[in-house]
Design a protein around this ligand. Structure first.
Ligand code: C2E
Ligand code: MG
Ligand code: MG
Length: 716
């Protein structure tokens, strides 16, 4: 073309002159400029297209008549069902109509013309963004603007995912079982509240929405509302809040919040977890964790804390303090004879008396069972501690009225002093408890201070208890028999069964030592049963006139059914009941319960005889001699040994013998060791005797030999 123009201009110049040639040259320049412009426009267009294709949004340009001018690939993809209709010059209104007919726009269904008119109106006079749902479930955000040339440029964004997320958030909010609400950051107004919140607080949506969030808070929280419902509530996040329901009920809530934008408004999303019940339960658990449920005073765990506080305060400020461990002396008897409910009442009454007796700086606790503990702070000296112990023994020992019946229970107290006896709380408690067990072993109803060797003694005792348990279980205990002799003619009229234990390391151990252990360790019932059966069986081999005496511990009366045990032992052995003599001690009557008398009665009805052992050593009261008709009284060895030169002992024994005569009871003297004692007792008129003078306790075979020898002597 250019070459042609050049040729033409040369040709024209020769034929028409220079003017015409200049015009042609000008034309040539203009043509060149136009060519360059077209090229630039093409390049720009290509760039624009490239730019449009890079956009993640769909974009469409329409002219002033609403005809397609330009659109990108993403636009075609968004409207892929109608993409075949898009052509330059085609009117959007037409493609829209075809789309509506095909059912591409579900919201148009039923109002097609109206919908199309609305859409076109919005397009030509855009006012904000529109959402458009497509038949395949996608949601498209439409943003349109008018262009300077009167056309329209429209952006399309696929917001389906966003919509889905929004929907699940809404569901999560609305259907959440936790009360949730949204508060505006600026005005602190409730913008929304889920069903759970409405129900929990008792408001309808209308009543709640738009109200200041203060309406949910108790007055004391109002001052914090601004900070609490801000995007950064700081440490307020960790606090619990008192909230008010519509009916005025106060609840406690924990608040979890998160800044959000709610319908374009900066807001805070709040979950209010009602912890009223949890707090109540926590308070209850905390209370139970350090209080005794029955008496309401502190429990063992709290007592340990008290002890630790005492040790710490002494370490800091000096002075002395003490741990007192109180054991009730015959609580078990009350529990067993009057029932557990009465026992509980007694424990409550004891706890009340202890609490009343204490000054402010001493603290009481129930350590378990019938044991109480006191941590005494602020004592001036050891005398103060002793004074408290004495006072407690006196106060606890006063009679109680339980279910209309008078009940007496003494107590024993073990004491450990800080800082001398322990530098740790648990050591202090343990030492007081050790001291208590020593009091219990050596006569109840008093108090004792901890001594350094008590621990070793307690350990030795524990070991002995284990060994005894094994011996009882293995049946390795033995029974020996000691004759009871008629002082008139020297004949053996009975023999007392005495249990024997040969310890594998220590050798023979006295029953005086291990019977109390068996009683405390709960072994006495099995031990007593074994001795009784063995004695009945062995007695069957003795001459028929001879009785067998078996010792019964008071503890056996509390536990199982003694009558059943005796009945069974007699039946199994075939021994006649009147040949069995049961020896009981005065301590049995300490309980003063009618149950004891009933059991003794029942035993007598079986036909067995009842003997009062060790008479004069216990809590001697002649009262019980009248309340129960014994068959025999055994005068304790302490009145017998050295009786010859002791007028007082003679007087006591004479009185008992006189009593026996009057009441018709057999009197036996225990522990006769010398001929002098024998003749003295004979002289006083004592009927029977027992002691080393006649024989020590011997095994069954020796006993049989002894009896045979006596028989031969008599025959001779
Ligand atoms: P106890 O029932 O008063 O038995 C008499 C104790 O005095 C026996 O001691 C016996 O060996 C001892 N004895 C007898 N004559 C003399 C004497 O002339 N001089 C001295 N010094 N002692 C004499 P043992 O066998 O050591 O028993 C002590 C206590 O242990 C018994 O006193 C009894 O209360 C208890 N005991 C023994 N066996 C049993 C048993 O099977 N069951 C129960 N519950 N207690 C038993
Ligand atoms: Mg005895
Ligand atoms: Mg005795």
């Amino acid at each position: 073309m250019r070459a042609a123009l050049k040729v033409l201009s040369g040709d024209v110049a020769t034929r028409h002159g220079a003017d015409a040639a200049a015009q042609i040259s000008e034309l040539e320049g203009a043509l060149e400029t136009a060519r360059t412009a077209v090229k630039a426009a093409r390049t720009a267009n290509a760039r624009l297209r490239e730019a449009l294709e890079i956009l993640p949004q769909g974009i469409v340009f329409l002219d002033g008549e609403g005809r397609y001018v330009l659109w990108n690939e993403q636009y075609s993809r968004i409207y892929h069902r109608s993409a075949d209709l898009f052509k330059v010059g085609v009117r959007l209104a037409d493609t829209l109509r075809i789309g509506v007919e095909r059912g591409d726009y579900p919201s148009a269904s039923g109002r097609e013309e109206e919908w199309i008119a609305d859409r076109l109106k919005q397009m030509m006079a855009p006012a904000g963004r529109q959402e458009q749902w497509l038949a395949d479930g996608r949601c498209i955000l439409i943003d349109e603007r008018r262009t300077a040339d009167g056309g329209v440029v429209g952006l399309r964004v696929d917001i389906t995912e966003l919509k889905e997320r929004e929907a699940s958030f809404r569901l999560l909010f609305e259907a959440n079982p936790v009360p949730m609400y949204v508060v505006s950051q600026a005005g602190k107004q409730i913008l929304s509240a889920n069903a759970s919140a409405r129900e929990h607080y008792g408001y309808s949506a209308e009543e709640l929405i738009g109200r200041p969030v203060q309406c949910l808070h108790a007055v004391e929280g109002h001052a914090h509302v601004d900070e609490l419902y801000s995007p950064a509530p700081g440490s307020l996040r960790d606090r619990y809040w008192s909230h008010l329901k519509r009916d005025g009920t106060k609840i406690e809530v924990a608040i979890f919040s998160q800044a959000i934008v709610h319908e374009r408004v900066p807001a805070v999303l709040v979950a209010a977890v009602d912890i009223t019940e949890r707090r109540r339960a926590e308070a209850q658990v905390a209370y139970l964790a350090d209080h005794d449920a029955l008496t309401g005073i502190a429990n063992r765990a709290r007592h340990l804390d008290h002890a630790a506080e005492l040790i710490a305060s002494i370490a800091r400020d000096g002075g002395i303090g003490a741990s007192l461990c109180i054991g009730l002396d015959n609580f078990k008897a009350v529990n067993e004879t009057m029932g557990q409910a009465a026992g509980d009442l007694l424990l409550q009454a004891v706890a009340r008396r202890i609490s009343k007796t204490l000054r402010q700086n001493s603290k009481a606790a129930r350590l378990g069972g019938d044991e109480f503990g006191i941590i005494m702070a602020g004592a001036n000296d050891i005398e103060d501690v002793s004074a408290l112990a004495k006072r407690l023994i006196e106060v606890i020992g006063r009679p109680y009225m339980i279910n209309g019946q008078p009940v007496v229970t003494g107590c024993s107290i073990g004491i450990a002093v800080a800082p001398g006896d322990a530098s740790e709380a648990d050591q202090l408690m343990k030492n007081a408890s050790l001291a208590l067990s020593q009091v219990k072993q050596r006569g109840k109803g008093s108090y004792r201070y901890f001594e350094a060797d008590m621990d070793a003694r307690a350990q030795a005792r524990r070991k002995l208890e284990q060994d005894l348990r094994l011996a009882v279980e293995m049946g390795t205990l033995d029974v020996h028999y000691q004759p009871l002799v008629s002082l008139a003619n020297g004949h053996t009229v009975a023999a007392e069964a005495l249990v024997r234990w040969t310890h594998p390391e220590r050798g023979p151990i006295s029953p005086a030592e291990f019977i109390p252990i068996a009683e405390e360790a709960g072994l006495i019932a099995r031990l007593g049963d074994a001795v009784l059966r063995r004695a009945c069986r062995d007695a069957m081999a003795w001459p028929e006139h001879m009785r067998v005496a078996v010792n019964i511990s008071p503890v056996q009366f509390r536990g199982g059914d003694i009558c059943a045990m005796v009945r069974d032992a007699l039946a199994t052995s075939g021994l006649a009941p009147e040949r069995l003599e049961l020896e009981i001690t005065e301590s049995l009557f300490l309980d003063r319960s009618s149950a004891v008398l009933e059991t003794l009665d029942a035993l007598r009805r079986l036909g067995t005889r009842i003997a009062m052992d060790d008479f004069g050593t216990g809590y001697s009261s002649l009262g019980y001699l009248c309340s129960f008709p014994f068959d025999k009284i055994k005068i304790d060895r302490s009145f017998v040994s050295g009786i010859c030169g002791n007028v007082e002992k003679q007087a006591v024994v004479r009185a008992i013998v006189g009593l026996g005569d009057t009441l018709g009871k057999t009197i036996t003297a225990e522990g006769i060791e010398t001929d002098a004692e024998l003749s003295c007792l004979r002289h006083i008129g004592c009927e029977q005797g027992q002691g080393f003078l006649f024989s020590k306790a011997r095994p069954q075979e020796e006993m049989l030999a002894f009896l045979n020898k006596q028989k031969r002597k008599r025959v001779a």
